[in-house]
Design a protein around this ligand. Structure first.
Ligand code: MG
Ligand code: MG
Length: 263
């Protein structure tokens, strides 16, 4: 993925437009959350998401992007990201990472959540909790004066302290009129390294954390990224704007987690 080098910081007006796109992604993922259960297929989830996005005046951001065929990336168990929805029913004990993008008013939103299907093993639940914590710790670093490496360091340090593998081949990114803009936002890094974070930078921060080693490869479909050791992988993603003192999180898991509480 080549993002170019120029970071396009956003005006306050542009940030509010991106916020609307990001929030629509969260609401779409809540529709998905309500339907994830054993027996449902990822193609079912994709259809629900596409209809919801279009009903709200937006375009699915991923459909056709680089030739991707669907509106959601659905990555089950050892699939890390970029899974293509299919007609295999989800099974009790699976996890499915659902990544969703929308394009509305000329700006993208991009957010992801990993769902449990029925009852998952305790070690899998712990991985999900830890990956979400990695995201929170990374977001804490997305403030004026820090650097990209501080974000990655925070994520990597937490994940590796628990013995998990941090995927390196795929990274977060800037976000705006393009789905992927500069800078790249790795989930690993060294403190004080990399591009400086400045006010108005919009970043998609998206830890991909493996229960086993960090090595990944590509499946035969040419899209799906899978763990080499076959262990499960989790993925959570928020869109944030870098501000003084505290990042402003543009996307939201609130609707998703309200649905999950009632299940
Ligand atoms: Mg995404
Ligand atoms: Mg992304």
């Amino acid at each position: 993925m080549s993002l170019g080098r120029r970071v396009r910081t956003k005006t306050d007006e542009e940030v509010e437009i991106i916020r609307l796109s990001s929030l629509l992604v969260g609401r779409t993922l809540a529709q998905v959350a309500a339907r994830v259960k054993p027996g449902v297929t990822t193609l079912d989830l994709d259809a629900v998401a596409e209809e919801f996005i279009r009903d709200h005046g937006a375009e699915p951001g991923f459909k056709g992007y680089g030739g991707f065929p669907n509106s959601l990336c659905t990555s089950v168990n050892e699939a890390v990201v970029h899974g293509i929805p299919n007609d295999t029913p989800l099974q009790n004990g699976d996890i499915v990472s659902v990544d969703c993008g929308v394009l509305m008013n000329g700006f993208y939103g991009d957010s992801a959540y990993t769902f449990e299907v029925g009852e998952v093993a305790p070690e899998v639940r712990s991985l999900l909790d830890a990956t979400k914590k990695c995201l929170d710790l990374a977001i804490e670093q997305a403030v004026v004066g820090k650097r990209i490496g501080d974000i990655g360091f925070a994520c990597q340090q937490h994940a590796e302290s628990l013995g998990y593998g941090v995927v390196r081949e795929l990274v977060g990114h800037g976000l705006g009129r393009d789905l992927h803009e500069a800078p790249e936002v790795p989930n690993y890094g060294r403190r004080g390294n990399g591009p400086k974070l400045v006010d108005g930078m919009v970043l998609a921060i998206e830890p991909m954390i493996n229960l086993g080693t960090r090595e990944v490869g590509q499946a035969e479909d040419g899209w799906t990224i899978v763990t080499r050791d076959g262990a499960v992988s989790a993925h959570f993603e928020h869109d944030v704007v870098v501000r003084q003192g505290k990042a402003d999180v543009l996307s939201s898991f609130k609707d998703i987690e309200e649905i999950l509480k009632t299940k």
